[in-house]
Design a protein around this ligand. Structure first.
Ligand SMILES: Nc1nc2c(c(=O)[nH]1)N[C@H]1C(S)=C(S)[C@@H](COP(=O)(O)O)O[C@H]1N2
Ligand SMILES: [Mo]
Length: 299
């Protein structure tokens, strides 16, 4: 499938980023402005990815416990082979798609994305994955579909955290169809070129980089195309704190804390908090999806 988006946030290969900056400077006549002018727009800074150790030892995966180190301790219990994803609802080709079949059809590439948790910490993760749009195309989205619903595996015998009613299991999430089809939205299957560890959502998990981390549902077993907004786990649990949209927005605070700044994991004990960027730094790409919407009401 044709590549519809070029990653400008590479670390090893600086060429795409340089090309991007050149294009922008020529287009906007910004040649004299330099990096500082572009950095203000949130996406031209060099993203230094977190280490593999940081990314795989500080996690939220409540099925394996609510502590940040519980998933790394417990998620080895998750059986990830065999694995299949049921794709159903308003699609031409509903069915159980096994992981190997999916991988043989998809083009995996690296995407270095910021990950901003609603709890106000963040990381930068070099994911490997494919665009969700390509997977949905495999199933054939029907006219009239407006939303995509996702479910995580629910296996009490493998998931000690599900013994506690923290959430109404299984973990559920959802996107509007246009958000799901956006080229930034991926299904991640790896980190740093290795298969994605269980604690990060093996064997495949959603990544929506402009939304708070909880939208990026792990270990997906079911994807349903619907014409109505699906119920989502955190919204069901605490509706006044966690909305359906949950776009990263420094101007709309959580009822119990500010969202204006964030703590970058690995920055050290005395690191300065950094400003949170509108749409987590992806404003240029995604703001159009929400034109005319009141982002405070639709939080
Ligand atoms: N199934 C499931 N998916 C989940 C979660 C969870 O508890 N269960 N936590 C979410 C939250 S709050 C965040 S911040 C990210 C964390 O992803 P990471 O652990 O890979 O950094 O996963 C999200 N996906
Ligand atoms: Mo989170």
């Amino acid at each position: 499938m044709a590549k519809r988006w070029t990653n400008t946030l590479t670390h090893a290969d600086v060429t795409p980023r340089a090309a991007f900056l050149n294009r922008r400077q020529i287009m906007a006549g910004m040649a004299g402005l330099g990096l500082a002018g572009l950095a203000g727009q949130g996406r031209a800074e060099t993203l230094e990815p977190n280490s593999f150790e940081e990314i795989t030892n500080y996690n939220n995966f409540y099925e394996f416990g609510t502590g940040k180190e519980d998933p790394a301790q417990n998620a080895h219990r998750l059986t990830t082979e065999p694995w299949s994803v049921k794709i159903d609802g308003m699609v031409d080709r509903p069915g159980d798609y096994d992981f190997e079949t999916i991988m043989s059809e998809m083009t995996v590439e690296e995407r270095i994305y910021r990950l901003r948790c609603v709890e106000a910490w963040s990381m930068v993760v070099p994911w490997n994955g494919f665009e969700l749009a390509d997977l949905l195309a495999l199933a054939g989205v029907q006219d009239g579909a407006k939303y995509v619903a996702f479910q995580t595996a629910y296996r009490p015998e493998e998931m000690p955290g599900t013994r506690f009613p923290v959430l109404d299991w299984p973990y559920r999430e959802g996107l509007r169809l246009d958000e799901a089809l956006h080229p930034l939205t991926i299904m991640a299957t790896g980190i740093y070129g290795k298969p994605i560890p269980n604690q990060n959502g093996a064997p495949l998990r959603l990544v929506v980089p402009w939304k708070y981390g909880f939208k990026s549902i792990k270990s997906v077993v079911c994807i349903t195309l619907t014409d109505s907004q699906p119920p989502t786990a955190w919204n069901m649990a605490i509706p006044n704190e966690y909305g359906f949209y949950s776009n990263v927005n420094p101007n709309v605070d959580h009822p119990r804390w500010s969202q204006a700044t964030e703590r970058r994991i690995g920055g050290g004990l005395f690191a300065k908090r950094q400003p949170t960027l509108m749409f987590n730094g992806y404003e240029e790409e995604v703001a159009g999806l929400y034109e005319g919407m009141d982002l405070t009401r639709n939080f």
